[in-house]
Design a protein around this ligand. Structure first.
Ligand SMILES: NC(=O)C1=CN([C@@H]2O[C@H](COP(=O)(O)OP(=O)(O)OC[C@H]3O[C@@H](n4cnc5c(N)ncnc54)[C@H](O)[C@@H]3O)[C@@H](O)[C@H]2O)C=CC1
Ligand SMILES: CC/C=C\C[C@H](O)/C=C/C=C\C=C\C=C\C(=O)[C@@H](O)C/C=C\CCC(=O)O
Length: 259
C-alpha cells in the first residue's frame, strides 16, 4: 500500500511513540487524524505539524479510547474531513499495575474497540476500500516482564487478537490486514513513570532495571523503524514485528499447539 494521499488515524498520538508514528506517516504523504485525551499536547502538536507539512493534512480529535462513543465520533469526523480511513494505529496505552483494570481497558479493550469500530469504514464486503490496522503491542506481548503481569497480559492479548483478527479477516473477505509492532524499552513519558506505577510486584523493580540495562533503550524514532513495512507491505498480515536497539525481527509462533 502506497501511503501518499491515504488517511491514517493514530490513537495516543499527542506524544511519545504515537507522535513519531504520526510524523512518519505525514512525511510519507498521508493525512493523519491524531486522537488523544491530552488536549493541550494534541492541539500544540497539530500547530507544529501544520507549519511543517502545510494545512489540511492533520487533525486533532479529543478522544479517550476507553469510550466506544468517542472513538466512533472521532472516526466519523475523520471520514467527513478526509474522505475515509485507510490506516488505523491502535497505539494509546498506559503502564499502571496499580490501576490494573484501567490498564486492561485501555491497552487491550481500547485496541479491540478501535478495530471493531473501524471495520464499518474499511470492510470491502460493505462498500469499504479495505485497509490496514497496526496495534502497538510490546515485546512484553511475546516474552514476559515479571514486574508487571497485567501489562504483560494486555500485550499478549493484543498479539493474540492481532493474529486471530488477521486470520478472521482473510477468511471473511474483509480486505483488512492487521499487524502488531512489538518494541523493547523506549524513552517516553510512559517509560519514565514505570517505577511509581509498579503494584503488587514492585519488589521486582531491581530485576527490571537489570533487563533495561541488558536490552538498552530505544528512542521513539527508532521504534517506528519497521512500522512502515507493516503498513505498506501487503504480504504482512497477522505478523508481530519485534524492534530492539540492535535488531528487528518477526516473531515466530508454533503452527498449531496440537502439532
Ligand atoms: N515506552 C515504552 O518503553 C514502550 C511502549 N510501548 C507501547 O507504546 C504505546 C505508546 O506508549 P508511549 O509512547 O511510551 O507512551 P506515552 O505515555 O509517552 O504516550 C501515550 C499517549 O497516549 C495517550 N493516552 C493514554 N491513555 C489514553 C486513552 N485512554 N485514550 C487516548 N489516549 C490516551 C497519552 O495522552 C499520550 O499522549 C503504548 O501502547 C505502550 O504500551 C510498547 C513498547 C515499549
Ligand atoms: C517496565 C515496562 C516498561 C516499558 C513497557 C514496555 O512495553 C517495554 C517492554 C520491554 C521489554 C520487555 C521485555 C521482555 C522480556 C522477555 O521476553 C523475557 O524473556 C526476558 C527474560 C527474563 C525477564 C525476567 C523478568 O522480567 O524479571
Amino acid at each position: 500500500m502506497a501511503l501518499n494521499g491515504k488517511t491514517a488515524v493514530v490513537t495516543g498520538a499527542a506524544m511519545g511513540i504515537g507522535r513519531s508514528i504520526a510524523e512518519l506517516l505525514l512525511q510519507n504523504g498521508a493525512k493523519v487524524a491524531i486522537l488523544d485525551m491530552n488536549e493541550a499536547a494534541g492541539q500544540s502538536l497539530v500547530e507544529t505539524l501544520n507549519k511543517e507539512h502545510g494545512p489540511d493534512r492533520v487533525l486533532f480529535l479529543l478522544c479517550n479510547v476507553e469510550s466506544g462513543e468517542e472513538i466512533k465520533a472521532a472516526f466519523q469526523k475523520t471520514v467527513e474531513t478526509f474522505g475515509g480511513i485507510d490506516i488505523l494505529v491502535n497505539n494509546a496505552g498506559i503502564f499502571n499495575e496499580i490501576m490494573w483494570e484501567k490498564t486492561i481497558g485501555i491497552n487491550l479493550a481500547g485496541c479491540i474497540r478501535g478495530a471493531y469500530l473501524v471495520i464499518e469504514h474499511m470492510n470491502k464486503l460493505t462498500g469499504g476500500r479495505g485497509g490496514v490496522i497496526v496495534n502497538v503491542a510490546s515485546i512484553a506481548g511475546i516474552g514476559l516482564l515479571s514486574c508487571c503481569p497485567v501489562y504483560t497480559a494486555t500485550k499478549h492479548g493484543v498479539v493474540g487478537f492481532t493474529r486471530a483478527f488477521a486470520a478472521a479477516s482473510v477468511a471473511s473477505g474483509y480486505g483488512i490486514r492487521m499487524n502488531a509492532l512489538c518494541p523493547g524499552f523506549a524513552q517516553t513519558d510512559l517509560f519514565s513513570s514505570v517505577q511509581s506505577r509498579l503494584g503488587q510486584f514492585s519488589n521486582l523493580a531491581g530485576a527490571n532495571q537489570e533487563l533495561i540495562e541488558k536490552l538498552g533503550v530505544l528512542t521513539s524514532a527508532e521504534v517506528v523503524q519497521g512500522f512502515l513495512e507493516l503498513v505498506t507491505d501487503e504480504t504482512k498480515n497477522g505478523q508481530a514485528l519485534i524492534v530492539l536497539p540492535k535488531e528487528k525481527k518477526y516473531a515466530t509462533f508454533p503452527v498449531s499447539p496440537t502439532d
